[in-house]
Design a protein around this ligand. Sequence first.
Ligand code: ADP
Ligand code: MG
Length: 611
Amino acid sequence: MLKLKDTQSKNAFRYGYLLNKMYPYIKQVLWRSVLLFLLAVPLGLLDGVVAFSLRPYMDFVVNGNEFQTFELWGHTFRLQAFFIKLIPVAIVLFALIQGVLKYVCNYLSDWTGNKMSNSIKIDLFKKLTSMDTKFYDVNSSGIVLNRFLTDPDTASKNLINTLKSFILAMFEFFALVFVLLFNSWKLALIGIGVMGIAITPVIFIKKKIKSVSNATMVVGGDMATNFNETFAGNKIITAYNLQENQNHKFENQIHQQFDLTMSLTKRVGWMSPIMYFVCSIGIAIVMNYGNSLILSGEMSAGSFASFVTSLLLLYKPTKSLGLTLTNLQTTFVSIARVFELFDLMPEIKNTPNAKKLKSIDTGIKFEHVWFEYEEGQPVLKDFNLSVAKNETIALVGNSGGGKSTVVNLIPRFYDVTKGSVKINDIDIRDIDIVNLRNNISFVFQDNYLFTGTIKENILMGKPDASETELAEAVRLSHLDEFLDTLPEGIDTVVGERGASLSGGQRQRVAIARALIKNAPIVILDEATSALDNESEAIVQKALDNLMKNKTVFVIAHRLSTIHNANRIAVLNEGELVELGTHEELIQKQDGRYRYLYEMQFAGEKTAGGRQ
Ligand SMILES: Nc1ncnc2c1ncn2[C@@H]1O[C@H](COP(=O)(O)OP(=O)(O)O)[C@@H](O)[C@H]1O
Ligand SMILES: [Mg+2]
């Protein structure tokens, strides 16, 4: 499973490959982008027009003779009068055209960039929700947030903006070069040669850009994780006075980010001054040579003014072409990272021709199951267990012994490493995954409630449930008394993660969710462990209703709560060591269950006589 942090964005320099991948998203905005790029052409040419008009302006308006005429492409103009009238109008028109073009271009680039980014985000979110438990085990929330939200933005908006700037700068560049050549090709060659030298260093920094961009993404992810943890763990932070720790962590991350930014600035920042310096040498040469051309009468003053203006103006598009190249590189690093995400594949997925379960007939079997989270560290070792239909089996054993792991295999949160889990003698890997999970209700120790009302949270178990089914679930989960005390009843909004409810109340909402789902297999993983006696008693009653006529796996910390299981499976360090009824197991001298039971019983006695 790819760790999002370990990205190499190794495809970052395969531009054709990446554009091909981007094509479905580009296609959606293709016509608008083409229009945008077409509009960038005249916008880019406008600077050239200014420089171009300087020559006739200088020669014929400032220095000119009233009756001098000027031939351009077969037309004859009476220049001074013509220009004097034209110039004020031209300035206003020029600004107007430029303004309108700029607005339309900006509008189009925002529209296309955001549309593209949105489509990518939607598809990436689908990818995220399709990932399996292991993916969420190895990747922190911050890195997920950062990579799934930030990169699509950079990939699309930057791509559009950079291409727009590129076209703009390109045409600005060409227009100005045209003006240069028009005025003096000799001088132009010098000017362009110098600009060419000035822009070369840009090409050599793409590797640095990639590594800095990847590192920045990782630090950004760590920062986001830090924010999430500060939020989710705020009680622990307050209770243990860990504020300073969190602050330090954050300060370090900020400094790390600063160092990264500066390391790029160090590499990239000198380029602009160097370019400027090289250009100034070019201008110096041109000035010097230009002087002699004017003196020898080979070039008019207007022509020279127009030339120098173009050369000075040329600096901007040259620099922006350089920047565009670096930006484009950043963009392609992001695109590469985005498509890395699309290449993620959940390891747990449907096999072709997956079967569907109609009911649980022959029960659930674990056959020689081996399982490991980390390679070479088996957590379950040759685990065998058969559970009959409608049997309640309790799993007990030392903490970390593998009880949760056993039940996590049933809905395929993880797949076995060796052996198999079967329902109705069908390997669960051959059962349709949605169908399999529809057959299972899970109640954990800490159940997640989503932002929304209690009703919405319950209905997640069965979105199309009728009012009667809802009322029944509420009654059987012993929620009704509690709901009656709330002014808004079942429509009360629970805070994020259900923060406004007590542990027992949250647990009963979770049980109602499971009840309304009415799945034939019920898994209870320490469902009452976090509760006080009183809540536990009422939650236990709710659970009893949930367990009726179901095949049940129950993991409970307190052995007293598993008395009425049909059989008890005792796990120790990932191995099944004992299996039988309470009466059978308690008889065994030196038995593991007996030992656990006595430990617990003694503990509970001294702790104040819980039965
Ligand atoms: N997501 C995980 N990634 C890696 N190791 C895990 C993960 N979940 C549990 N483990 C390890 O597997 C072992 C069994 O854990 P678990 O099944 O949760 O035990 P139990 O529920 O019996 O307390 C423990 O050593 C635990 O550290
Ligand atoms: Mg557990």
